[in-house]
Design a protein around this ligand. Structure first.
Ligand code: AMP
Length: 382
């Protein structure tokens, strides 16, 4: 028999997304190699870890020689690093797609070109720009850093025009520029997680409804109830965007619903927190389909099994017992040290119908004293 060579997937960034990608790669016979500069990067508990900085080209040379394909668990990998790697090994998603998604201005401009409306926005580079932008957009609005912002970080909410000085004080020193966005009093937040292969095969998972606390995802419900035609609309927009970027792999589009219409907030060029429910709640998870897509394998079905809710655990993990004791309750501990604001785990609870799901998550929240976390979802399905 001839010796077989297993594929090796290289992952830049060693957080929980890399960890879940590595866990999904294993049954496919795909090995992983994660690059991170932190020795305690949590993906290192389930995958070999190469300790290196993004700018350590000697280490990246070794990495490129050992892997068949490179992907990301973190979208803010410097564009130079992504381009440098792409000259040596297949990199998915491609560095151009990554660059667009790294810049809120480029991203929202592309959304509009693809027919996805966005909150009104203006580029802001100087204090005078901020006044000019506020004269157009008004208040309430949100000043955001164009780059390196996520989970509500790098944002300042301008409640009234007199907050301009405070907003500039907070963010004006940012070297990468800012964007002022109209504050959208949205009816709900949805996300669509989608995947595209190297051959252009394209699938989406059912829309997910999300609730955030302090800008960080707190709870997701999938499939999002009562979306009607929005599912087809989101699918078509995601496909247009993916084709424009020649995107390969999984990505997420975060959407607001206002007056029944979709507005684009941001695109994550990677597997996404609002798609974690797909591990147990869909026929094929976002992690497995990302591995399949970047390695050139056929995609799996993205249909949901019943209804799922995902609790995000931020800062510290609660007692797992109530989730573990729940029928179809699934616990995910990322193996991280607790820290304020840090995503340390999640739990997915599944049921065949929305009423049973509501009863299950309501009971877990009651025992864990997390009623606030599930209350908005229970208003939708309870
Ligand atoms: P982001 O980091 O841009 O995804 O923002 C985090 C969260 O802040 C979003 O999921 C929304 O809940 C809220 N948010 C961001 N931008 C806006 C906006 N223009 N209008 C209303 N809420 C927003």
């Amino acid at each position: 028999m001839t010796e077989r060579k297993q594929s090796v997937l290289g992952i830049l960034g060693g957080g929980q997304l890399a960890r879940m990608l590595a866990l999904a790669a294993a049954p496919l016979g795909v090995k992983t190699l994660v690059v991170d500069s932190a020795p305690d990067a949590c993906a290192g508990q389930v995958s070999p870890l190469l300790l290196a900085d993004w700018s350590d080209y000697a280490a990246l040379e070794k990495f490129a020689a050992e892997v068949d394909v490179v992907t990301f668990d973190f979208e803010n990998v410097p564009a130079d690093t992504a381009h440098w790697l792409a000259e040596r090994v297949a990199v998915f998603p491609n560095p151009r797609a990554l660059a667009v998604a790294q810049d809120r201005l480029a991203e929202k401009t592309l959304f509009r070109e693809c027919g996805l409306q966005t909150p009104a926005f203006e580029a802001v580079d100087t204090r005078e720009d901020l006044d000019r932008a506020l004269a157009i957009i008004g208040a309430p609005s949100i000043l955001k850093t164009r780059r390196l912002g996520y989970d509500g970080k790098g944002q300042f909410r301008i409640k009234q025009l007199s907050d301009a000085d405070a907003a500039w004080e907070a963010l004006g020193a940012n070297a990468h520029g800012l964007i002022l966005e109209a504050f959208v009093p949205f009816e709900r937040e949805l996300s669509v997680v989608a995947v595209r292969t190297r051959d252009g095969d394209f699938h989406v998972w059912p829309l997910t409804q999300n609730w955030h606390t302090d800008g960080v995802l707190s709870l997701s419900l999938a499939p999002a109830p009562n979306v009607g035609a929005l599912q087809v609309r989101a699918e078509s927009l995601a496909r247009t965007l993916a084709e424009r970027l020649d995107y390969v792999g999984v990505f997420a589009l975060e959407l607001f619903v206002k007056d029944g219409q979709l507005l684009g907030n941001e695109m994550a060029p990677r597997v996404h927190n609002s798609g974690h429910w797909t591990i147990e709640g869909a026929i094929t998870s976002q992690f497995e389909n990302h591995v399949r897509a970047v390695l050139g394998l056929p995609l799996g079905d993205t249909s949901a099994h019943g209804f799922s809710a995902m609790f995000n655990w931020i800062g510290d993990l609660p007692d797992p017992t109530p989730v573990l004791q729940t029928v179809d309750g699934h616990w995910h501990d990322y193996g991280k040290q607790p820290r304020a604001g840090r995503k340390v785990g999640h739990a997915t609870v599944r049921a065949e119908d929305a009423k049973t799901l509501a009863a299950r998550i309501g009971e877990i929240a009651r025992v864990l004293k997390r009623d606030d976390q599930v209350a908005p979802a229970l208003r939708v399905i309870g």
